[in-house]
Design a protein around this ligand. Structure first.
Ligand code: ATP
Ligand code: MG
Length: 348
Protein backbone atom coordinates (compact mmCIF):
# COMPACT_ATOMS: atom_id res chain seq x y z
CA UNK A 1 0.00 0.00 0.00
CA UNK A 2 1.53 3.33 -1.06
CA UNK A 3 0.08 6.44 0.48
CA UNK A 4 1.63 9.77 -0.45
CA UNK A 5 1.44 12.98 1.57
CA UNK A 6 3.16 16.32 1.06
CA UNK A 7 2.42 19.92 1.66
CA UNK A 8 3.52 23.51 1.53
CA UNK A 9 3.37 26.37 3.95
CA UNK A 10 1.12 29.16 2.68
CA UNK A 11 3.68 31.86 3.43
CA UNK A 12 3.66 33.13 -0.15
CA UNK A 13 3.34 31.91 -3.71
CA UNK A 14 5.29 28.84 -4.80
CA UNK A 15 8.61 29.14 -6.60
CA UNK A 16 10.71 27.12 -9.02
CA UNK A 17 12.54 25.49 -6.07
CA UNK A 18 9.26 24.01 -4.86
CA UNK A 19 8.60 22.84 -8.38
CA UNK A 20 11.80 20.88 -8.89
CA UNK A 21 12.11 19.90 -5.22
CA UNK A 22 8.68 18.40 -4.78
CA UNK A 23 5.78 19.56 -6.99
CA UNK A 24 7.07 18.03 -10.21
CA UNK A 25 7.41 14.63 -8.53
CA UNK A 26 3.92 14.91 -7.05
CA UNK A 27 2.42 15.54 -10.47
CA UNK A 28 4.38 12.64 -11.98
CA UNK A 29 3.22 10.36 -9.17
CA UNK A 30 -0.35 11.54 -9.58
CA UNK A 31 -0.31 10.89 -13.32
CA UNK A 32 1.41 7.53 -13.06
CA UNK A 33 -1.35 6.30 -10.79
CA UNK A 34 1.26 4.11 -9.05
CA UNK A 35 -0.02 4.77 -5.55
CA UNK A 36 -3.15 4.02 -3.61
CA UNK A 37 -3.96 7.45 -2.23
CA UNK A 38 -2.38 10.87 -2.39
CA UNK A 39 -2.88 13.85 -0.11
CA UNK A 40 -1.55 17.39 -0.52
CA UNK A 41 -1.84 19.67 2.47
CA UNK A 42 -1.69 23.44 2.64
CA UNK A 43 -0.04 23.83 6.05
CA UNK A 44 -1.65 27.03 7.29
CA UNK A 45 -1.36 26.14 10.98
CA UNK A 46 2.34 25.45 10.55
CA UNK A 47 2.75 28.72 8.63
CA UNK A 48 1.25 30.55 11.63
CA UNK A 49 4.01 29.19 13.88
CA UNK A 50 6.26 31.98 12.62
CA UNK A 51 3.55 34.31 11.32
CA UNK A 52 1.18 34.67 14.26
CA UNK A 53 1.17 38.43 13.67
CA UNK A 54 0.61 38.09 9.94
CA UNK A 55 -2.64 36.18 9.54
CA UNK A 56 -3.50 37.98 6.29
CA UNK A 57 -0.34 36.80 4.59
CA UNK A 58 -1.11 33.19 5.47
CA UNK A 59 -4.79 33.50 4.62
CA UNK A 60 -4.20 35.13 1.24
CA UNK A 61 -1.48 32.68 0.34
CA UNK A 62 -3.83 29.68 0.60
CA UNK A 63 -5.57 30.45 -2.69
CA UNK A 64 -2.28 31.50 -4.33
CA UNK A 65 -0.73 28.13 -3.45
CA UNK A 66 -3.84 26.37 -4.75
CA UNK A 67 -3.50 28.21 -8.07
CA UNK A 68 0.15 27.15 -8.24
CA UNK A 69 -0.91 23.54 -7.64
CA UNK A 70 -3.52 23.58 -10.38
CA UNK A 71 -1.12 25.31 -12.78
CA UNK A 72 1.50 22.61 -12.21
CA UNK A 73 -1.06 19.90 -12.92
CA UNK A 74 -2.28 18.69 -9.53
CA UNK A 75 -5.85 17.57 -10.01
CA UNK A 76 -8.30 17.68 -7.08
CA UNK A 77 -10.24 14.86 -8.72
CA UNK A 78 -7.25 12.55 -8.38
CA UNK A 79 -5.62 13.75 -5.16
CA UNK A 80 -7.07 15.09 -1.93
CA UNK A 81 -5.94 18.67 -1.48
CA UNK A 82 -6.85 20.13 1.91
CA UNK A 83 -6.22 22.84 4.49
CA UNK A 84 -4.39 21.74 7.66
CA UNK A 85 -6.48 23.79 10.13
CA UNK A 86 -9.68 22.25 8.76
CA UNK A 87 -8.56 18.88 10.12
CA UNK A 88 -8.48 19.47 13.88
CA UNK A 89 -7.67 15.80 14.57
CA UNK A 90 -4.10 16.73 13.56
CA UNK A 91 -3.81 18.93 16.67
CA UNK A 92 -5.01 16.13 18.89
CA UNK A 93 -2.47 13.70 17.46
CA UNK A 94 0.31 16.28 17.96
CA UNK A 95 -0.76 16.67 21.56
CA UNK A 96 -0.11 12.99 22.27
CA UNK A 97 3.08 12.83 20.19
CA UNK A 98 4.53 15.75 22.18
CA UNK A 99 5.02 13.39 25.10
CA UNK A 100 7.28 11.18 23.00
CA UNK A 101 9.86 13.85 22.13
CA UNK A 102 12.36 15.65 24.33
CA UNK A 103 13.10 19.35 24.15
CA UNK A 104 16.77 18.67 23.47
CA UNK A 105 15.87 16.42 20.54
CA UNK A 106 13.84 19.25 19.00
CA UNK A 107 16.62 21.73 19.60
CA UNK A 108 19.06 19.44 17.78
CA UNK A 109 16.97 19.30 14.58
CA UNK A 110 19.34 20.93 12.06
CA UNK A 111 16.63 22.39 9.81
CA UNK A 112 14.76 23.95 12.72
CA UNK A 113 18.06 25.28 14.12
CA UNK A 114 18.88 26.86 10.79
CA UNK A 115 15.39 28.34 10.37
CA UNK A 116 15.50 29.78 13.90
CA UNK A 117 18.81 31.48 13.07
CA UNK A 118 17.47 32.82 9.76
CA UNK A 119 14.40 34.26 11.42
CA UNK A 120 16.49 35.87 14.13
CA UNK A 121 14.35 34.44 16.96
CA UNK A 122 17.34 34.20 19.35
CA UNK A 123 15.80 33.55 22.78
CA UNK A 124 12.22 34.32 21.64
CA UNK A 125 11.39 31.15 19.75
CA UNK A 126 7.64 30.56 19.57
CA UNK A 127 6.95 27.16 21.15
CA UNK A 128 4.80 26.27 18.14
CA UNK A 129 7.74 26.87 15.84
CA UNK A 130 10.12 24.68 17.79
CA UNK A 131 7.56 21.91 17.90
CA UNK A 132 6.45 22.02 14.27
CA UNK A 133 8.32 18.78 13.44
CA UNK A 134 5.91 17.08 15.87
CA UNK A 135 2.85 18.54 14.19
CA UNK A 136 4.32 17.56 10.85
CA UNK A 137 4.57 13.99 12.15
CA UNK A 138 0.87 14.18 12.98
CA UNK A 139 0.14 15.39 9.43
CA UNK A 140 1.99 12.47 7.88
CA UNK A 141 0.92 9.70 10.23
CA UNK A 142 -2.75 10.72 10.30
CA UNK A 143 -2.96 9.48 6.71
CA UNK A 144 -0.58 6.53 7.26
CA UNK A 145 1.55 7.99 4.48
CA UNK A 146 4.68 5.98 3.70
CA UNK A 147 5.99 8.22 0.89
CA UNK A 148 6.69 11.92 1.28
CA UNK A 149 8.09 13.74 -1.82
CA UNK A 150 10.16 16.61 -0.43
CA UNK A 151 13.32 18.65 -0.80
CA UNK A 152 16.44 17.89 1.20
CA UNK A 153 15.62 20.41 3.95
CA UNK A 154 12.86 18.06 5.05
CA UNK A 155 15.07 15.03 5.76
CA UNK A 156 15.51 15.86 9.47
CA UNK A 157 11.69 16.18 9.76
CA UNK A 158 11.22 12.74 8.31
CA UNK A 159 13.86 11.31 10.64
CA UNK A 160 12.07 12.88 13.58
CA UNK A 161 8.75 11.50 12.35
CA UNK A 162 10.18 7.97 12.11
CA UNK A 163 11.49 8.23 15.67
CA UNK A 164 8.08 9.29 16.97
CA UNK A 165 6.39 6.46 15.06
CA UNK A 166 8.84 3.91 16.49
CA UNK A 167 8.36 5.23 20.04
CA UNK A 168 4.59 5.15 19.69
CA UNK A 169 4.45 1.70 18.14
CA UNK A 170 6.81 0.26 20.77
CA UNK A 171 5.13 1.90 23.73
CA UNK A 172 1.50 1.29 22.72
CA UNK A 173 0.64 -0.78 19.61
CA UNK A 174 1.91 -0.83 16.03
CA UNK A 175 -0.73 1.36 14.42
CA UNK A 176 1.48 4.08 12.87
CA UNK A 177 3.43 3.83 9.61
CA UNK A 178 7.07 4.94 9.23
CA UNK A 179 7.32 7.49 6.40
CA UNK A 180 10.12 7.69 3.85
CA UNK A 181 11.27 10.82 2.00
CA UNK A 182 11.18 10.73 -1.80
CA UNK A 183 13.89 13.12 -3.00
CA UNK A 184 14.17 14.44 -6.57
CA UNK A 185 16.21 12.12 -8.80
CA UNK A 186 18.40 15.07 -9.88
CA UNK A 187 20.45 15.88 -6.79
CA UNK A 188 20.73 19.58 -7.76
CA UNK A 189 16.97 19.85 -7.38
CA UNK A 190 16.81 18.76 -3.75
CA UNK A 191 17.90 22.18 -2.54
CA UNK A 192 17.76 24.81 -5.23
CA UNK A 193 19.81 27.85 -4.14
CA UNK A 194 18.39 31.36 -4.12
CA UNK A 195 18.96 33.99 -6.80
CA UNK A 196 21.37 35.61 -4.37
CA UNK A 197 23.43 32.42 -4.09
CA UNK A 198 22.06 31.71 -0.57
CA UNK A 199 21.89 27.99 0.02
CA UNK A 200 18.13 27.73 -0.42
CA UNK A 201 15.54 29.51 -2.50
CA UNK A 202 12.93 30.28 0.12
CA UNK A 203 9.77 32.33 0.28
CA UNK A 204 10.90 33.72 3.61
CA UNK A 205 14.24 34.90 2.20
CA UNK A 206 12.90 36.83 -0.81
CA UNK A 207 15.35 35.24 -3.26
CA UNK A 208 12.86 33.42 -5.47
CA UNK A 209 11.60 33.02 -8.99
CA UNK A 210 7.88 32.59 -8.42
CA UNK A 211 5.81 30.40 -10.74
CA UNK A 212 3.45 33.35 -11.14
CA UNK A 213 6.14 35.74 -12.38
CA UNK A 214 5.64 37.28 -15.84
CA UNK A 215 8.21 36.52 -18.55
CA UNK A 216 9.69 40.00 -17.98
CA UNK A 217 10.02 39.49 -14.23
CA UNK A 218 11.80 36.16 -14.73
CA UNK A 219 14.16 37.73 -17.26
CA UNK A 220 14.97 40.64 -14.99
CA UNK A 221 15.67 38.27 -12.05
CA UNK A 222 17.88 36.00 -14.16
CA UNK A 223 19.85 38.89 -15.62
CA UNK A 224 20.61 40.26 -12.16
CA UNK A 225 21.58 36.86 -10.71
CA UNK A 226 24.67 36.35 -8.64
CA UNK A 227 27.36 34.43 -10.58
CA UNK A 228 31.09 33.85 -10.10
CA UNK A 229 32.51 37.01 -8.49
CA UNK A 230 36.01 36.24 -9.84
CA UNK A 231 34.75 36.09 -13.44
CA UNK A 232 35.13 39.78 -14.21
CA UNK A 233 35.95 39.83 -17.92
CA UNK A 234 34.73 37.47 -20.63
CA UNK A 235 38.22 36.07 -21.14
CA UNK A 236 38.68 35.25 -17.42
CA UNK A 237 38.48 31.64 -16.28
CA UNK A 238 35.19 31.02 -14.50
CA UNK A 239 33.88 28.71 -11.78
CA UNK A 240 30.77 26.67 -12.40
CA UNK A 241 30.87 24.86 -9.04
CA UNK A 242 28.74 26.80 -6.53
CA UNK A 243 27.68 29.27 -9.27
CA UNK A 244 23.86 29.52 -9.04
CA UNK A 245 23.44 30.15 -12.78
CA UNK A 246 25.07 26.81 -13.52
CA UNK A 247 23.26 25.09 -10.66
CA UNK A 248 19.97 26.24 -12.22
CA UNK A 249 21.14 24.90 -15.58
CA UNK A 250 21.99 21.60 -13.86
CA UNK A 251 18.47 21.56 -12.48
CA UNK A 252 16.55 22.61 -15.61
CA UNK A 253 18.54 22.39 -18.85
CA UNK A 254 18.22 19.39 -21.14
CA UNK A 255 20.12 18.52 -24.33
CA UNK A 256 16.95 19.47 -26.25
CA UNK A 257 17.20 22.98 -24.81
CA UNK A 258 20.71 23.18 -26.23
CA UNK A 259 19.64 22.15 -29.70
CA UNK A 260 16.72 24.60 -29.58
CA UNK A 261 18.42 27.67 -28.09
CA UNK A 262 22.21 27.23 -28.06
CA UNK A 263 23.13 24.72 -30.77
CA UNK A 264 26.83 25.63 -30.73
CA UNK A 265 27.06 23.45 -27.60
CA UNK A 266 25.74 19.90 -27.45
CA UNK A 267 25.17 19.82 -23.75
CA UNK A 268 25.85 21.41 -20.38
CA UNK A 269 29.27 19.77 -19.96
CA UNK A 270 30.51 21.58 -23.07
CA UNK A 271 29.11 24.91 -21.90
CA UNK A 272 30.68 24.45 -18.46
CA UNK A 273 34.05 23.55 -19.97
CA UNK A 274 34.02 26.76 -22.05
CA UNK A 275 33.12 28.91 -19.04
CA UNK A 276 35.86 27.29 -16.98
CA UNK A 277 38.61 27.80 -19.57
CA UNK A 278 37.55 31.43 -20.17
CA UNK A 279 36.03 33.25 -23.13
CA UNK A 280 32.37 32.81 -22.27
CA UNK A 281 30.47 35.77 -20.81
CA UNK A 282 27.82 35.60 -18.07
CA UNK A 283 25.28 37.40 -20.25
CA UNK A 284 25.23 34.64 -22.84
CA UNK A 285 24.77 31.96 -20.19
CA UNK A 286 22.04 33.93 -18.45
CA UNK A 287 20.20 34.52 -21.71
CA UNK A 288 20.20 30.76 -22.29
CA UNK A 289 19.02 30.09 -18.73
CA UNK A 290 16.16 32.52 -19.28
CA UNK A 291 15.10 30.66 -22.43
CA UNK A 292 15.23 27.33 -20.58
CA UNK A 293 13.12 28.71 -17.74
CA UNK A 294 10.62 30.16 -20.18
CA UNK A 295 10.29 26.80 -21.95
CA UNK A 296 9.64 25.02 -18.63
CA UNK A 297 7.56 27.62 -16.81
CA UNK A 298 5.83 29.62 -19.61
CA UNK A 299 3.07 27.00 -19.97
CA UNK A 300 2.63 26.81 -16.18
CA UNK A 301 2.25 30.60 -15.99
CA UNK A 302 -0.39 30.54 -18.73
CA UNK A 303 -2.37 27.78 -17.04
CA UNK A 304 -2.15 29.71 -13.78
CA UNK A 305 -3.61 32.81 -15.41
CA UNK A 306 -6.41 30.76 -16.91
CA UNK A 307 -7.27 29.09 -13.59
CA UNK A 308 -7.22 32.47 -11.85
CA UNK A 309 -9.82 33.70 -14.34
CA UNK A 310 -11.99 30.60 -14.17
CA UNK A 311 -11.88 30.03 -10.42
CA UNK A 312 -12.40 33.02 -8.14
CA UNK A 313 -11.04 32.72 -4.58
CA UNK A 314 -14.30 31.40 -3.00
CA UNK A 315 -14.35 28.58 -5.54
CA UNK A 316 -10.73 27.68 -4.87
CA UNK A 317 -11.48 27.63 -1.14
CA UNK A 318 -14.53 25.50 -1.74
CA UNK A 319 -12.47 22.82 -3.55
CA UNK A 320 -10.10 22.85 -0.58
CA UNK A 321 -12.98 22.61 1.85
CA UNK A 322 -14.32 19.51 0.09
CA UNK A 323 -10.83 18.01 0.23
CA UNK A 324 -10.60 18.83 3.93
CA UNK A 325 -13.88 17.06 4.69
CA UNK A 326 -12.54 13.95 3.01
CA UNK A 327 -9.12 14.20 4.70
CA UNK A 328 -10.82 14.60 8.05
CA UNK A 329 -12.52 11.23 7.81
CA UNK A 330 -9.18 9.44 7.48
CA UNK A 331 -7.53 11.50 10.21
CA UNK A 332 -10.42 10.79 12.58
CA UNK A 333 -10.08 7.07 11.93
CA UNK A 334 -6.36 7.16 12.73
CA UNK A 335 -6.96 9.24 15.85
CA UNK A 336 -9.45 6.65 17.01
CA UNK A 337 -6.89 3.87 16.49
CA UNK A 338 -4.25 5.94 18.29
CA UNK A 339 -6.47 6.49 21.31
CA UNK A 340 -7.41 2.84 21.41
CA UNK A 341 -3.74 1.83 21.22
CA UNK A 342 -2.99 4.20 24.10
CA UNK A 343 -5.90 2.86 26.11
CA UNK A 344 -7.63 6.24 26.36
CA UNK A 345 -10.73 5.48 24.29
CA UNK A 346 -12.64 5.33 27.59
CA UNK A 347 -16.14 4.87 26.30
CA UNK A 348 -15.55 2.22 23.69
P1 ATP B 1 9.25 28.96 4.12
O1 ATP B 1 10.42 29.88 3.92
O2 ATP B 1 8.00 29.64 4.52
O3 ATP B 1 9.59 27.76 4.96
P2 ATP B 1 9.80 27.45 1.77
O4 ATP B 1 10.14 28.18 0.52
O5 ATP B 1 10.91 26.80 2.56
O6 ATP B 1 8.96 28.43 2.65
P3 ATP B 1 8.04 25.22 2.28
O7 ATP B 1 6.57 25.42 2.19
O8 ATP B 1 8.67 25.18 3.63
O9 ATP B 1 8.75 26.35 1.38
O10 ATP B 1 8.46 23.88 1.50
C1 ATP B 1 7.56 23.13 0.70
C2 ATP B 1 8.26 22.00 -0.03
O11 ATP B 1 9.18 22.50 -1.00
C3 ATP B 1 9.11 21.08 0.87
O12 ATP B 1 9.00 19.77 0.37
C4 ATP B 1 10.51 21.57 0.68
O13 ATP B 1 11.48 20.58 0.90
C5 ATP B 1 10.49 22.00 -0.78
N1 ATP B 1 11.42 23.10 -1.02
C6 ATP B 1 11.35 24.33 -0.47
N2 ATP B 1 12.37 25.10 -0.91
C7 ATP B 1 13.09 24.33 -1.78
C8 ATP B 1 14.26 24.55 -2.57
N3 ATP B 1 14.88 25.72 -2.56
N4 ATP B 1 14.72 23.52 -3.34
C9 ATP B 1 14.09 22.32 -3.36
N5 ATP B 1 12.98 22.05 -2.63
C10 ATP B 1 12.48 23.04 -1.85
MG1 MG C 1 10.39 25.83 4.54
Amino acid sequence: MDIVLTGDRPTGRLHVGHYVGSLKRRVEMQNSGAYDKMYVMIADAQALSDNADNIDKVKNSISEVMLDYLACGLDPKKVTIFIQSEVPELCELSFYYMNLVTLSRLERNPTVKNEIALRGFKQSIPVGFLTYPISQTADITAFKANLVPVGEDQLPMLEQAREIVRSFNTLYAPVLVEPKAVLPSNEKCSRLPGLDGANKMSKSLGNCIFLAYSADEVKQKVMSMFTDPTHLRVEDKGHTEGNPVFIYLDAFATDEHFSAFLPEYQNLSELKAHYERGGLGDMKVKKFLNQVLEAEFGPIRERRQQFAKDLPVPELLNILHQGSIEARKTAAQTLDEVKTAMGINYHK
